[in-house]
Design a protein around this ligand. Structure first.
Ligand code: PMV
Length: 337
Protein backbone atom coordinates (compact mmCIF):
# COMPACT_ATOMS: atom_id res chain seq x y z
CA UNK A 1 0.00 0.00 0.00
CA UNK A 2 1.47 3.39 -1.01
CA UNK A 3 -1.17 5.79 0.32
CA UNK A 4 -4.01 5.69 2.85
CA UNK A 5 -7.03 7.89 3.46
CA UNK A 6 -8.35 8.34 6.98
CA UNK A 7 -11.35 10.11 8.45
CA UNK A 8 -11.04 11.02 12.12
CA UNK A 9 -12.98 13.27 14.50
CA UNK A 10 -11.74 15.41 17.39
CA UNK A 11 -11.81 14.19 20.96
CA UNK A 12 -13.71 16.47 23.35
CA UNK A 13 -12.66 16.05 26.97
CA UNK A 14 -15.50 15.84 29.48
CA UNK A 15 -12.85 15.61 32.19
CA UNK A 16 -9.79 17.58 31.14
CA UNK A 17 -6.18 16.72 30.58
CA UNK A 18 -4.10 19.81 31.42
CA UNK A 19 -0.44 19.44 32.36
CA UNK A 20 2.32 16.97 31.58
CA UNK A 21 4.41 14.74 33.80
CA UNK A 22 8.04 15.77 34.02
CA UNK A 23 9.14 12.21 33.19
CA UNK A 24 8.48 10.44 29.90
CA UNK A 25 7.40 12.04 26.65
CA UNK A 26 4.19 13.99 26.62
CA UNK A 27 2.57 11.93 29.37
CA UNK A 28 -0.59 13.48 30.86
CA UNK A 29 -0.46 14.52 34.51
CA UNK A 30 -4.25 14.28 34.86
CA UNK A 31 -6.66 11.56 33.75
CA UNK A 32 -9.18 12.53 31.09
CA UNK A 33 -12.49 11.20 29.81
CA UNK A 34 -13.66 12.17 26.34
CA UNK A 35 -16.28 11.77 23.68
CA UNK A 36 -15.34 11.67 20.01
CA UNK A 37 -17.23 14.39 18.14
CA UNK A 38 -19.11 12.74 15.28
CA UNK A 39 -20.11 15.51 12.86
CA UNK A 40 -16.70 17.21 12.89
CA UNK A 41 -14.40 15.55 10.39
CA UNK A 42 -10.71 15.57 9.56
CA UNK A 43 -9.97 14.00 6.18
CA UNK A 44 -6.34 12.99 5.69
CA UNK A 45 -4.41 11.32 2.88
CA UNK A 46 -0.91 10.05 3.68
CA UNK A 47 1.72 8.98 1.14
CA UNK A 48 5.00 7.27 1.89
CA UNK A 49 8.18 9.01 0.82
CA UNK A 50 11.72 7.73 0.55
CA UNK A 51 14.12 8.44 3.41
CA UNK A 52 15.92 11.22 1.51
CA UNK A 53 12.74 13.33 1.29
CA UNK A 54 11.48 15.35 4.28
CA UNK A 55 8.34 14.55 6.21
CA UNK A 56 5.69 17.09 5.29
CA UNK A 57 2.22 17.85 6.64
CA UNK A 58 -0.16 20.17 4.84
CA UNK A 59 -3.29 21.44 6.53
CA UNK A 60 -5.82 23.05 4.19
CA UNK A 61 -3.00 23.24 1.64
CA UNK A 62 -0.62 25.06 4.00
CA UNK A 63 2.71 23.40 4.82
CA UNK A 64 2.90 23.06 8.61
CA UNK A 65 5.91 23.86 10.79
CA UNK A 66 8.07 20.64 10.60
CA UNK A 67 9.29 20.99 14.21
CA UNK A 68 5.74 20.38 15.47
CA UNK A 69 5.73 16.92 13.82
CA UNK A 70 9.36 15.88 14.18
CA UNK A 71 9.04 14.06 17.56
CA UNK A 72 6.05 12.10 16.25
CA UNK A 73 7.72 10.95 13.01
CA UNK A 74 11.01 10.16 14.76
CA UNK A 75 9.29 8.00 17.35
CA UNK A 76 7.17 6.32 14.67
CA UNK A 77 10.24 5.28 12.69
CA UNK A 78 11.97 4.07 15.83
CA UNK A 79 9.01 1.98 16.98
CA UNK A 80 8.21 0.55 13.56
CA UNK A 81 11.80 -0.06 12.44
CA UNK A 82 11.41 1.84 9.21
CA UNK A 83 13.25 4.64 7.45
CA UNK A 84 10.20 5.74 5.46
CA UNK A 85 9.16 9.39 5.41
CA UNK A 86 5.62 10.69 4.89
CA UNK A 87 3.65 13.34 3.07
CA UNK A 88 0.22 14.08 4.58
CA UNK A 89 -2.63 16.25 3.33
CA UNK A 90 -5.26 17.08 5.93
CA UNK A 91 -8.48 19.10 5.83
CA UNK A 92 -10.87 19.89 8.64
CA UNK A 93 -14.61 20.42 8.24
CA UNK A 94 -14.39 22.86 11.18
CA UNK A 95 -12.10 25.77 12.23
CA UNK A 96 -8.50 24.66 12.92
CA UNK A 97 -6.35 25.70 15.91
CA UNK A 98 -9.31 27.48 17.48
CA UNK A 99 -9.97 25.29 20.50
CA UNK A 100 -11.90 22.59 18.65
CA UNK A 101 -9.26 19.91 19.24
CA UNK A 102 -8.11 19.79 15.63
CA UNK A 103 -4.70 18.55 16.79
CA UNK A 104 -6.39 15.49 18.32
CA UNK A 105 -8.04 14.40 15.07
CA UNK A 106 -4.94 15.42 13.07
CA UNK A 107 -2.41 13.42 15.06
CA UNK A 108 -4.83 10.49 15.42
CA UNK A 109 -5.01 10.37 11.61
CA UNK A 110 -1.21 10.48 11.34
CA UNK A 111 -0.82 7.76 13.98
CA UNK A 112 -3.34 5.44 12.40
CA UNK A 113 -2.41 6.16 8.80
CA UNK A 114 1.38 5.96 9.10
CA UNK A 115 1.20 2.83 11.27
CA UNK A 116 -1.04 1.18 8.72
CA UNK A 117 1.16 2.23 5.80
CA UNK A 118 4.33 0.91 7.41
CA UNK A 119 2.77 -2.36 8.51
CA UNK A 120 1.66 -3.06 4.95
CA UNK A 121 4.74 -1.80 3.22
CA UNK A 122 6.73 -4.98 2.96
CA UNK A 123 9.37 -3.83 5.42
CA UNK A 124 10.42 -5.79 8.50
CA UNK A 125 7.28 -5.02 10.48
CA UNK A 126 4.54 -7.63 10.00
CA UNK A 127 0.96 -6.63 9.31
CA UNK A 128 -0.57 -6.03 12.72
CA UNK A 129 -4.08 -6.94 13.77
CA UNK A 130 -6.43 -3.96 14.10
CA UNK A 131 -6.49 -3.74 17.88
CA UNK A 132 -2.73 -3.79 18.12
CA UNK A 133 -2.43 -1.22 15.37
CA UNK A 134 -4.91 1.10 17.08
CA UNK A 135 -3.19 0.79 20.46
CA UNK A 136 0.17 1.58 18.90
CA UNK A 137 -1.35 4.46 16.91
CA UNK A 138 -2.79 5.84 20.17
CA UNK A 139 0.65 5.76 21.74
CA UNK A 140 2.32 7.44 18.78
CA UNK A 141 -0.44 10.04 18.37
CA UNK A 142 0.09 10.95 22.03
CA UNK A 143 3.65 12.05 21.22
CA UNK A 144 2.16 14.73 18.96
CA UNK A 145 -0.76 15.72 21.17
CA UNK A 146 -1.91 13.83 24.25
CA UNK A 147 -5.60 14.32 23.44
CA UNK A 148 -4.92 12.61 20.07
CA UNK A 149 -4.29 9.35 21.95
CA UNK A 150 -8.06 9.33 22.59
CA UNK A 151 -9.12 10.28 19.04
CA UNK A 152 -8.01 6.96 17.51
CA UNK A 153 -11.31 5.58 18.89
CA UNK A 154 -14.91 6.60 18.34
CA UNK A 155 -17.38 6.72 21.23
CA UNK A 156 -16.11 7.37 24.76
CA UNK A 157 -12.48 7.12 25.86
CA UNK A 158 -10.27 7.35 28.92
CA UNK A 159 -6.64 8.43 29.10
CA UNK A 160 -5.41 7.67 32.62
CA UNK A 161 -2.80 9.95 34.23
CA UNK A 162 0.67 8.86 33.14
CA UNK A 163 -0.71 6.46 30.52
CA UNK A 164 1.05 5.93 27.22
CA UNK A 165 -2.15 5.23 25.34
CA UNK A 166 -5.88 5.76 25.69
CA UNK A 167 -8.46 3.04 26.22
CA UNK A 168 -11.92 2.75 24.77
CA UNK A 169 -14.66 2.93 27.38
CA UNK A 170 -17.74 2.51 25.17
CA UNK A 171 -18.72 2.75 21.54
CA UNK A 172 -21.14 5.49 20.44
CA UNK A 173 -24.09 3.13 21.00
CA UNK A 174 -23.57 3.52 24.76
CA UNK A 175 -25.36 6.87 24.70
CA UNK A 176 -26.98 7.56 21.33
CA UNK A 177 -29.17 10.41 22.68
CA UNK A 178 -26.21 12.50 23.85
CA UNK A 179 -25.59 15.63 21.81
CA UNK A 180 -22.77 18.14 21.89
CA UNK A 181 -23.66 21.57 20.57
CA UNK A 182 -20.52 23.50 19.68
CA UNK A 183 -21.10 27.25 20.01
CA UNK A 184 -18.43 28.92 17.88
CA UNK A 185 -17.65 32.36 19.28
CA UNK A 186 -14.64 33.11 17.05
CA UNK A 187 -12.86 31.27 14.25
CA UNK A 188 -9.57 33.17 14.71
CA UNK A 189 -6.62 30.87 15.45
CA UNK A 190 -5.67 31.02 19.11
CA UNK A 191 -2.56 32.95 20.16
CA UNK A 192 -1.69 30.63 23.05
CA UNK A 193 -1.19 26.95 22.12
CA UNK A 194 -2.41 24.37 24.65
CA UNK A 195 1.13 23.02 24.78
CA UNK A 196 2.75 26.27 25.94
CA UNK A 197 -0.24 27.33 28.07
CA UNK A 198 -0.33 24.11 30.09
CA UNK A 199 3.43 24.22 30.59
CA UNK A 200 3.15 27.79 31.84
CA UNK A 201 0.39 26.67 34.20
CA UNK A 202 2.60 23.89 35.55
CA UNK A 203 5.56 26.18 36.07
CA UNK A 204 3.88 29.26 37.50
CA UNK A 205 0.31 28.71 38.71
CA UNK A 206 -0.05 28.34 42.50
CA UNK A 207 -3.17 26.29 41.78
CA UNK A 208 -1.47 23.70 39.55
CA UNK A 209 -0.81 21.28 42.44
CA UNK A 210 -4.40 21.34 43.74
CA UNK A 211 -5.68 21.00 40.16
CA UNK A 212 -3.65 17.81 39.61
CA UNK A 213 -4.75 16.40 42.96
CA UNK A 214 -8.42 17.17 42.42
CA UNK A 215 -8.59 15.95 38.81
CA UNK A 216 -8.43 12.26 39.73
CA UNK A 217 -11.30 12.63 42.19
CA UNK A 218 -13.49 14.30 39.54
CA UNK A 219 -12.48 11.69 36.96
CA UNK A 220 -13.33 8.72 39.17
CA UNK A 221 -16.83 10.04 39.77
CA UNK A 222 -17.32 11.01 36.13
CA UNK A 223 -16.55 7.44 35.05
CA UNK A 224 -19.52 6.29 37.14
CA UNK A 225 -21.83 9.04 35.85
CA UNK A 226 -20.89 8.19 32.25
CA UNK A 227 -21.53 4.52 32.86
CA UNK A 228 -25.02 5.39 34.16
CA UNK A 229 -25.68 7.94 31.39
CA UNK A 230 -26.41 10.38 34.18
CA UNK A 231 -26.29 13.71 32.34
CA UNK A 232 -27.02 15.77 35.44
CA UNK A 233 -24.04 14.40 37.38
CA UNK A 234 -21.73 14.11 34.39
CA UNK A 235 -22.59 17.69 33.46
CA UNK A 236 -21.82 18.93 36.97
CA UNK A 237 -18.49 17.12 36.94
CA UNK A 238 -17.61 18.31 33.41
CA UNK A 239 -18.30 21.85 34.58
CA UNK A 240 -16.10 21.42 37.66
CA UNK A 241 -13.34 19.99 35.50
CA UNK A 242 -13.22 22.77 32.90
CA UNK A 243 -13.66 25.59 35.44
CA UNK A 244 -10.90 24.22 37.65
CA UNK A 245 -8.64 23.73 34.65
CA UNK A 246 -9.23 27.30 33.48
CA UNK A 247 -8.93 28.66 37.02
CA UNK A 248 -5.48 27.12 37.39
CA UNK A 249 -4.48 28.40 33.94
CA UNK A 250 -5.75 31.93 34.58
CA UNK A 251 -3.53 32.05 37.66
CA UNK A 252 -0.36 31.37 35.61
CA UNK A 253 2.16 34.07 34.86
CA UNK A 254 1.57 35.48 32.31
CA UNK A 255 -2.09 34.43 32.66
CA UNK A 256 -3.77 32.03 30.25
CA UNK A 257 -7.13 33.52 29.33
CA UNK A 258 -9.05 31.94 26.45
CA UNK A 259 -12.48 33.34 27.19
CA UNK A 260 -14.20 35.96 25.08
CA UNK A 261 -17.27 37.97 26.14
CA UNK A 262 -19.36 35.64 23.95
CA UNK A 263 -17.93 32.59 25.75
CA UNK A 264 -19.14 33.98 29.05
CA UNK A 265 -22.48 34.78 27.43
CA UNK A 266 -22.91 31.10 26.49
CA UNK A 267 -21.87 29.97 29.98
CA UNK A 268 -24.52 32.24 31.50
CA UNK A 269 -27.15 31.18 28.94
CA UNK A 270 -26.54 27.53 29.91
CA UNK A 271 -27.04 28.42 33.58
CA UNK A 272 -30.32 30.13 32.65
CA UNK A 273 -31.44 27.07 30.66
CA UNK A 274 -30.79 24.86 33.67
CA UNK A 275 -32.98 27.08 35.87
CA UNK A 276 -35.75 26.32 33.34
CA UNK A 277 -35.20 22.58 33.72
CA UNK A 278 -33.29 22.10 30.45
CA UNK A 279 -30.24 19.87 30.86
CA UNK A 280 -27.47 21.90 29.18
CA UNK A 281 -23.96 21.62 30.58
CA UNK A 282 -21.10 23.54 29.04
CA UNK A 283 -17.38 22.85 28.79
CA UNK A 284 -14.44 24.75 27.30
CA UNK A 285 -10.95 23.88 26.12
CA UNK A 286 -7.89 25.84 25.00
CA UNK A 287 -9.89 28.37 23.02
CA UNK A 288 -13.00 30.56 23.20
CA UNK A 289 -15.55 28.02 21.88
CA UNK A 290 -18.14 26.56 24.24
CA UNK A 291 -19.38 22.98 23.86
CA UNK A 292 -22.73 22.20 25.40
CA UNK A 293 -23.74 18.70 26.47
CA UNK A 294 -27.47 18.06 26.13
CA UNK A 295 -29.95 15.45 24.95
CA UNK A 296 -31.26 14.94 21.45
CA UNK A 297 -34.81 16.02 22.32
CA UNK A 298 -33.61 19.32 23.86
CA UNK A 299 -30.99 20.21 21.25
CA UNK A 300 -33.30 22.50 19.23
CA UNK A 301 -34.34 24.47 22.30
CA UNK A 302 -30.76 24.79 23.58
CA UNK A 303 -29.58 26.04 20.19
CA UNK A 304 -32.40 28.57 19.91
CA UNK A 305 -31.94 29.98 23.41
CA UNK A 306 -28.17 30.31 23.00
CA UNK A 307 -28.62 32.04 19.64
CA UNK A 308 -31.15 34.45 21.19
CA UNK A 309 -28.94 35.16 24.21
CA UNK A 310 -25.62 35.67 22.39
CA UNK A 311 -25.68 37.38 18.99
CA UNK A 312 -23.18 36.27 16.34
CA UNK A 313 -22.68 32.64 17.37
CA UNK A 314 -22.47 29.88 14.82
CA UNK A 315 -23.16 26.26 15.73
CA UNK A 316 -21.95 22.78 14.92
CA UNK A 317 -24.05 19.85 16.12
CA UNK A 318 -22.17 16.73 17.16
CA UNK A 319 -22.96 13.35 18.68
CA UNK A 320 -20.81 10.45 19.86
CA UNK A 321 -18.77 9.58 16.78
CA UNK A 322 -17.97 6.26 15.19
CA UNK A 323 -14.47 4.80 14.89
CA UNK A 324 -12.07 6.36 12.38
CA UNK A 325 -12.46 5.11 8.84
CA UNK A 326 -9.28 4.03 7.10
CA UNK A 327 -8.63 2.57 3.68
CA UNK A 328 -6.32 2.48 0.72
CA UNK A 329 -6.24 5.71 -1.23
CA UNK A 330 -6.44 5.54 -4.99
CA UNK A 331 -5.08 8.67 -6.60
CA UNK A 332 -7.15 10.74 -8.98
CA UNK A 333 -3.90 12.57 -9.52
CA UNK A 334 -0.38 12.15 -8.24
CA UNK A 335 0.65 14.50 -5.41
CA UNK A 336 2.46 17.54 -6.73
CA UNK A 337 5.50 17.04 -4.53
O1 PMV B 1 -3.64 17.44 23.46
P1 PMV B 1 -3.39 18.89 23.52
O2 PMV B 1 -1.95 19.23 23.72
O3 PMV B 1 -3.98 19.62 22.34
O4 PMV B 1 -4.14 19.46 24.83
C1 PMV B 1 -5.53 19.30 25.00
C2 PMV B 1 -6.00 20.10 26.15
C3 PMV B 1 -7.50 20.24 26.29
O5 PMV B 1 -8.14 20.19 25.05
C4 PMV B 1 -7.80 21.59 26.92
C5 PMV B 1 -8.09 19.18 27.23
C6 PMV B 1 -8.24 17.78 26.67
O6 PMV B 1 -8.18 16.85 27.49
O7 PMV B 1 -8.45 17.61 25.46
Amino acid sequence: MKAVRIRTSPSLALVKYWGKLTRGRNLPATPSIAVTLGGLDTATVIHTRSHDQPDEVRLAGQVQEPARFEPFFTELRRRLHTDLHFLAYSDNSFPSSAGLASSSSGFAALGLGCTCLVSNHGCDTPVMPDQVLTALASELARIGSASAARAVYGGFTHLPAGAKRAERLYGPEHWPALRILVAVTSTAPKADSSRSAMERTRLSSPYYGPWIHDAKVVCAEALIALDRQDLQRLGELARLSYLRMHASAMAAEPPVLYWLPASLGVIQACATLRTKGVRAWETMDAGPQVKVLCLDQELGRVRQELADAVPGLSFIEAKPGIDPDLGEWHPQREPDA
